[in-house]
Every structure is written in structure tokens, then in C-alpha cells.
Design a protein around this ligand. Structure first.
Ligand code: ADP
Length: 556
């Protein structure tokens, strides 16, 4: 059958056969190796760079050398048949597979062809290895020259240029489309989203078509030339038509690249503008990024989500801050109100019950005097509790004001011992106070420090038995003064010694505990710490306790 075909048709059929076989082989290879698409972490620069390289080869190698040499000879024998056609296609496909296999095995190489190493590897494998195999095996077999054993090396070279270009040009779009093609064959979802890689595939397909057209026309003209063995007119005609086709392909390429560039640069610019407005506090609007390419769409949508999440966070923070501020204000207001509302009536209860006690005493009604005494002492207890609570909340809100000044600790000690003397008298306890003759000057708030010592003294009174001896001693070194209050009472276990300085912590809830709120030591520690000092405790159950207040000396 092939003998009946005109030589031009045979030439076209050979190429078509090669294209078809190459396509199938590449598609199979591509499906096995995985999709050559952007999801595989392959840079979009790979197809882009491949296009540039192929374009250079096409317009440089093929156009300059190929066309001129091609006019000098035809490799086609008049009697080759279908077997040679298939063989030729297979060999072309194998040639094209070589760089593909290399780059599949060494993924790091083709990740980015801007990298010199990858580029050199691409050129070596694509050009040297491929052309060696092509020239030595493929084309020697394909060319059945009329002269028999005699080989025209010009012909081999021309045929190689054509074959190699064909194989590489075929490789790129098939690499790109093959995976998608097989995914569809396997019944995978049709994905209408376009990727940049897809756009580049289309550009490549355009190149392929342009090349195929140029090749077919050249082949036809070359064939017609064989009859007349290179008439100059015909050679000129070939050069002219071939250049025209090349020019057309070049134009298409430029147009395709410009479109691609526009399609890439525009959404990038829009993204940048949107991100800039986002920095100024506005929301990212994905609708303003005008691109149908999935890379830009997903990037824009992700940025929109991130921006929305940021706004939500900021709003939540704003609401929470407002809530916290109003809660803190409410607390302060409540405390202020409480101090006024509770303290005022309590003071009047205390005042009037004192008055009543005085009057009842004159009328000698002992029972009533006791009852009224209970009322007055409960009210006083309540008042001190409220005062402590107020102090604690002031400390917590950072509103505690300190009236600092140069004070003599001896005065604070003497005052607090004097004001607790009635407590000690009641329990027949003796307080031994040892004060130095030198003044003990600290920078402090006399009222607060007296409050601390009062609390320690009243605890010593509360938690030690009747008739106990309480001692108040002082010591000093170059940096600080120490005031120690020692009792021989019930003591505090090691495990409780830290806890009792926390708010509302009381450890002797049975028996020994008479009154108290559990706030005294917490306040005392805070007051002392506000002076830059510390409270220390040494104690053992059943042996008594020593509370020490250490305060820094006032620097001269
Ligand atoms: P309050 O005396 O009002 O209960 P404090 O904060 O002053 O509160 O004391 C906390 C607890 O520490 C007391 O309830 C008591 O259990 C224990 N404590 C304080 N001082 C002494 C002491 N000198 N001896 C034994 N236990 C004490």
C-alpha cells in the first residue's frame, strides 16, 4: 500500500506516526510518574524555561543550519514501508523520553531551571545524550539511502535536527497534558480551574503546531526539489516559505508570551495593592483580584480569609477590652459605694451603741450593757473587715496610696504595742519590748507599718495561751532593720507557713480561732513589700512563732 502513496504523503505520514507514537508513550510515562503540574511542587518556570530553550533551538539550530542543509538532500528512499515508519516513530519517542526520564528521576534538577546546574543538566541530557542516540541508532536505521551503504552525513545531521526538535517539542505539551488526559481516562473529576501551568501548556501546543506546519511544508518542498537536485530558485523558495512560517510561529509565540505575562503580572499587581490596603486596616477583597488562574484565586481567597480572621480577632479584642475596662470600673465604683454605704451606718451603730452603753451603765442594767457591748464589738469587727477588704482591693487595683516619709520604727512599735495592750491585759499576757536607744529610720508610711505590727501583735495575742510572754525585739545591720514578734503559742506547721500569707487563708479554724478574716497577713505582706521589705516566719507546732519584719534603712 505504501508503494502507491506519493512520497509527500509518506513524509507526512511518517511524521504523523511519530507524533502519535510519541504522544502515547509520553502520556503513559507521565501518568506513571505523576502529573507534571504545579501541585507536584514543580516550578512554573520549568515549562517556561523549556519553552525558551526549545524556541532558541528551533529558531537558531533548525532554522539556520537545518533549512540550508535540508535543501541539499532528502533522506527519503522511494521504497521504505510501514515498518520503517513505525520504527522511526518509536525511536523518536525513545529519544524524547530520555530527558524526561532523567528529569523524573532527579526531581531536584528540574525544580527550577534558573538554577545553572539544572539548566546545564537539561541541555546535556536533552542535547548530547539525545542526539547521540538519535544519530547513532535512530537515524541510521531510518535512513535507507538510495546509495546503499554510503551515508551522507549532512543528511544524518539534518534528519537529526528535525527529529530532535520534534521529540523535544512534543515532550513538553505531552508532559503537561498527559497526566490530565490519563486522570480523565481513569474517571477522575474534570477540573475546570486553570493553572498557570495549563496556560504554558497551551503556549507550548501553539509552538508545536507552528513547528509541525513548518516541518510539513519544508518536507514537501524538499521532496519536490529532489527531482531537480537543488535548483537555486527552489532553494530560495524553500528559504522564503520556511522563514515565513518561522516568523509566524515567532509572532504567535510573542503574542502567547505577552498574554501570559499580562495574565500573571496583572493579578500580582492587584494582590499587592490589596495587601497594601490590608496593612492600612481595610479588609482584603478577593473579588478585586481579577484572575481565573487557580494559583491567584486560591492565594486571594486565603488572604481574604486571613484578613477576615484578623479583623474578627481585633473586634473580639476590642469587645473584651471594653468589657474588662467597664468591669474594672464597676468594681471600683462598687468599692467606693460600699465604703460609703457600709461604713457610714456602721459608724453610727458603733457610736450609738457606745452612747447607750454609757447610759445603761448609769442605770445599772448589766445584761443590757453586755448585749450592747456585743453589738458594738461586732460592728467594730465588721468595720475592720470592710477596711481590710478595701485595702486589699486597693492594693490589687494598684490604687493603694502610700504616705511615705522619714519615720522612726521605734515609734511604730511603741504605738502598736500601746494600742494592743488591752488585748494582752485581757489574756494576762506580758509583752516585753526591747528598743534600741538609736533611732531606726526608714522611709515608710507610719499608718501602714503600724497596721502591720498591730496585725502581728494581735495574732500573737490570739494564737497563744493566757499568761504567755510575747517579746518584741529589734536588730539592724548596714542595710536593714528587723523587728521580731515572738510568741509561745500553738505555732504553724511548715506546710501552712506560706499559705497563711494568702488572702482568706486561716489554718486554726478550730478552738484557737476566735475572730479574724484571714486578710491580715496578706495585707501585712503587701504593705511590707510596698516598702521594699519582707516578712519572714519561723514556727513549729506547739512551740510558738516568730514573725520578722525586715525593712530597708533609709539611705542618707
Ligand atoms: P486572721 O488572723 O484574721 O485569721 P491572718 O491573715 O492575720 O488572718 O492570719 C492567717 C492565719 O494564720 C490565722 O488564721 C492563723 O491560723 C495563722 N496565724 C497567724 N499568726 C499566727 C500566730 N502568731 N500563731 C499561730 N498561727 C498564726
Amino acid at each position: 500500500m505504501s508503494r502507491t502513496l506519493p512520497p509527500a504523503a509518506r513524509v507526512a505520514l511518517t511524521r504523523l506516526g511519530q507524533i502519535a507514537l510519541t504522544f502515547v508513550l509520553f502520556a503513559i510515562c507521565n501518568a506513571i510518574a505523576g502529573d507534571f503540574e504545579i501541585e507536584n511542587n514543580v516550578s512554573i518556570l520549568f515549562p517556561a524555561t523549556a519553552i525558551s530553550i526549545l524556541t532558541c533551538m528551533y529558531f537558531g539550530g533548525w532554522a539556520a543550519v537545518g533549512i540550508v542543509l535540508a535543501t541539499m538532500a532528502t533522506p527519503w528512499s522511494p521504497d521504505f514501508g510501514w515498518r520503517i515508519l513505525v520504527l522511526s516513530g518509536l525511536l523518536s519517542a525513545i529519544e524524547g523520553l530520555i530527558p524526561l526520564i532523567v528529569f523524573r528521576l532527579r526531581r531536584d534538577l528540574h525544580a527550577d531551571l534558573r538554577d545553572m546546574k539544572s539548566l546545564v543538566a537539561f541541555l546535556i541530557f536533552g542535547t548530547v545524550v539525545n542526539s547521540a542516540i538519535s544519530a547513532l541508532l535512530g537515524n541510521l536505521l531510518v535512513i535507507a539511502h538510495p546509495a546503499g551503504v554510503w551515508i551522507n552525513w549532512h543528511e544524518v545531521f539534518v534528519w537529526w535536527i528535525a527529529d530532535f526538535t520534534a521529540a523535544l517539542l512534543l515532550a513538553t505539551p505531552i508532559l503537561a497534558f498527559g497526566g490530565t488526559f490519563f486522570r480523565r481516562l481513569r474517571g477522575g473529576e474534570r477540573d475546570d480551574r486553570r493553572t498557570l501551568a495549563n496556560a504554558l501548556q497551551i503556549v507550548t501546543a501553539v509552538i508545536l503546531l507552528g513547528w509541525a506546519a513548518a516541518f510539513a511544508i519544508r518536507m514537501y518542498l524538499l521532496h519536490s526539489l529532489t527531482e531537480r537536485r537543488l535548483a537555486w530558485d527552489a532553494a530560495r523558495k524553500i528559504l522564503f516559505v520556511a522563514s515565513l512560517v518561522d516568523l509566524l510561529v515567532l509572532l504567535i509565540l510573542i503574542l502567547a508570551s505577552a498574554t501570559l505575562l499580562f495574565n500573571v503580572s496583572r493579578p500580582f499587581r492587584q494582590l499587592r495593592v490589596q495587601i497594601e490596603t490590608m496593612q492600612e486596616g481595610a479588609r482584603f477583597d478577593a473579588a478585586r483580584v481579577d484572575s481565573r488562574y487557580v494559583e491567584f484565586r486560591t492565594l486571594a481567597e486565603t488572604l481574604e480569609e486571613a484578613s477576615a480572621a484578623l479583623h474578627r480577632r481585633a473586634e473580639e479584642l476590642r469587645v473584651q477590652t471594653a468589657r474588662a475596662v467597664s468591669a474594672s470600673k464597676a468594681k471600683t465604683d462598687f468599692l467606693a459605694k460600699m465604703s460609703h454605704e457600709l461604713r457610714t451606718p456602721l459608724n453610727s451603730i458603733i457610736g450609738f451603741s457606745d452612747l447607750l452603753i454609757e447610759q445603761e451603765q448609769k442605770m445599772l442594767s448589766a445584761k443590757r450593757v453586755t448585749f450592747l457591748g456585743n453589738v458594738a464589738s461586732s460592728a467594730r469587727h465588721l468595720l475592720s473587715l470592710i477596711n481590710d477588704l478595701l485595702d486589699i482591693s486597693k492594693v490589687e487595683s494598684g490604687k493603694m496610696s502610700m504616705n511615705l516619709g522619714e519615720i522612726d520604727l521605734r515609734a511604730a512599735i511603741a504605738n502598736s504595742v500601746a494600742s494592743t495592750s488591752s488585748l494582752f491585759l485581757r489574756k494576762h499576757q506580758q509583752v516585753d519590748v526591747e528598743l534600741p536607744s538609736e533611732p531606726m529610720i526608714v522611709n515608710g508610711d507610719l499608718g501602714r507599718l503600724e497596721q502591720v505590727l498591730l496585725n502581728l501583735l494581735s495574732n500573737a495575742n490570739k494564737f497563744s495561751p493566757d499568761g504567755d510572754r510575747i517579746s518584741v525585739t529589734t536588730a539592724g545591720n548596714g542595710a536593714s532593720y528587723r523587728v521580731e514578734i515572738r510568741d509561745h503559742g500553738i505555732g504553724i506547721s511548715a506546710g501552712d507557713q506560706e499559705r497563711i500569707f494568702e488572702e482568706f487563708e486561716q489554718v486554726h479554724t478550730k478552738g484557737a480561732r476566735s475572730s479574724g478574716t484571714g486578710l491580715g497577713l496578706a495585707l501585712a505582706r503587701r504593705f511590707v513589700e510596698a516598702h521594699g521589705g519582707t516578712i519572714e516566719l519561723r514556727s513549729a507546732i506547739g512551740e510558738g512563732s516568730v514573725f520578722s519584719v525586715v525593712l530597708p534603712r533609709m539611705s542618707a
